[in-house]
Design a protein around this ligand. Structure first.
Ligand SMILES: [Zn+2]
Length: 446
């Protein structure tokens, strides 16, 4: 028996470490902010473009929500927002859900298998108070402020240090905050796209200006809108540089070839395409079309235009044998499913269903006249949703009606989702920080 134990220990000491599964979430990164998918600036993401050469690029990927907490919860659980219910309470109150202990996450699956896990996190909405920290061996949470947050490069350095320390495989989450407002990319990238652009606003954006834009009290000129988008792209460039360091760091350590590496975003960002700025107020393309790059051992790189949402990611993180991998390898694999997204931080809760050619957008709260508000849009061959909805008498509206039926069947109803554990955040400190960022009203529950 002793000899057997010794042999097993000796084998475990000399064998290669178990593979890493890495999830990189770049907060607020639009799919079309990257160099290979329509970025409005040159050389927008050279490192992520190199990563694409080794990955499957899911060109029709959608976030599961319009803001950080529910969208990231879906990435880590595979559940839609109405299932995990880590959402904001609809209406004027600001109570937030907290992940139930009985819901498995990618970290709890890793733990169950005896694998290590770590997350390096930089957004207040991913604070341990919301429950996503559960089962991670390391939950390195630095995020409480969008101004002066830990940089992408510092985050990646910490993540690589964990890889070195653990010396083993396991599950690693790297969260990068840069593209989120206030668009302060640091000295390396500040001005790289904006230096010669005419403008009357400045970046980093002050909180007063930010709130005026967010609430729609102030709409900048077209010239300033273009400037703000270019400023955002400087943050994307800073993120890209850090991704390059992370990938190279794994290669240098001999940990790349057998790693599964998934890069995505929790949501995008609106730049007044429909009169709205930032995220959290609409589920349309600018806020929900996100990048999804998947690199895995034996996976042939290429493009895949299958319509998927955030729930697609979870099985890739926890199960190398999952049938979802067949859908990554072949866009035409059955079954065909619509992408589903739900939840807004501001305004009424919305839900949206996206197929290859149509998008249904519905407001879950009845309007003052008791009617439920829903619109159907066409989607063109490039995957872009039309700016205007189809007229009410258009024959395609039957597709919208079928979509409502499907949503009702999937959700059990078409009511707004109430947050689970509605006491929400336990720490008043975190609430204060969220408040300071303008996320909460003064009369929120505590
Ligand atoms: Zn976010």
């Amino acid at each position: 028996m002793t000899l057997l134990l010794f042999s097993l220990l000796a084998a475990s000491c000399t064998s290669k470490p178990e593979p890493l599964v890495v999830l990189v979430v770049i907060d607020t990164l639009r799919a079309d902010a990257l160099s290979f998918s329509g970025a409005p600036v040159p050389n927008a993401s050279p490192a992520i473009a190199s990563l694409k050469e080794e990955s499957v690029w899911m060109s029709r990927a959608y976030a599961s929500s319009s803001w950080t907490l529910p969208a990231t919860t879906t990435l880590l659980t595979g559940l839609h927002p109405w299932q995990h219910r880590v959402v904001k309470e609809p209406g004027t109150a600001g109570c937030f859900g907290r992940l139930r202990e009985d819901i498995p996450t990618a970290a709890s699956v890793a733990k169950m298998r005896g694998q290590r896990s770590a997350a390096f996190i930089n957004n207040a909405f991913l604070a341990p108070e919301f429950g996503l920290h559960r089962s991670f061996d390391v939950y390195d949470f630095h995020g409480a402020e969008r101004v002066g947050h830990r940089t992408a490069m510092e985050t990646v350095t910490s993540a690589l240090a964990w890889v070195d320390e653990s010396g083993q495989g396991g599950f690693l989450v790297v969260h990068i905050m840069e593209p989120h407002t206030d668009y302060d990319p640091g000295p390396t990238w500040l001005g790289v796209y904006t230096a010669d652009m005419p403008h009357t606003v400045d970046h980093p954006i002050g909180s007063y200006t930010h709130n005026q834009w967010l609430t729609g009290q102030l709409v900048p000129s077209k010239q300033d809108q273009l400037y703000v988008r270019a400023a955002y792209q400087e943050e994307v460039r800073a993120s890209d540089e850090a991704v390059g360091v992370l990938v190279q760091g794994l290669k240098d350590r001999g940990r790349w070839d057998d790693a599964t590496f998934v890069l995505t975003s929790d949501h995008g960002e609106a730049f007044w395409e429909r009169g709205i700025f930032e995220h959290g107020a609409t589920l349309m393309d600018e806020v929900t079309r996100v990048p999804l790059l998947i690199k895995a051992p034996g996976l042939t790189p290429g493009d895949n235009d299958r319509v998927v949402d955030g729930s697609f990611v979870f099985p890739l993180l926890v199960d190398p044998e999952s049938e979802t991998w067949a859908e990554v390898r072949d866009a035409s694999t059955a079954p065909v499913r619509p992408a589903l997204m739900q939840g807004t931080l501001y305004r009424n809760q919305q839900i949206s269903l996206v197929t290859r050619e149509h998008r249904l957008l519905a407001d879950l709260s009845p309007a003052a006249d008791g009617q439920r508000y829903a619109e159907l849009f066409t989607i063109d061959a490039s995957g872009t949703t039309a700016l205007q909805p189809l007229p009410a008498e258009h024959p395609d509206q039957r597709i919208g009606a079928a979509g409502i039926e499907l949503l009702t069947e999937l959700r059990g109803n078409t009511q707004p989702t109430q947050p689970t554990n509605p006491q929400g955040v336990e720490s008043a400190d975190v609430f204060q920080k969220l408040r300071a960022q303008g996320y909460l009203d003064e009369n929120d529950c505590e």
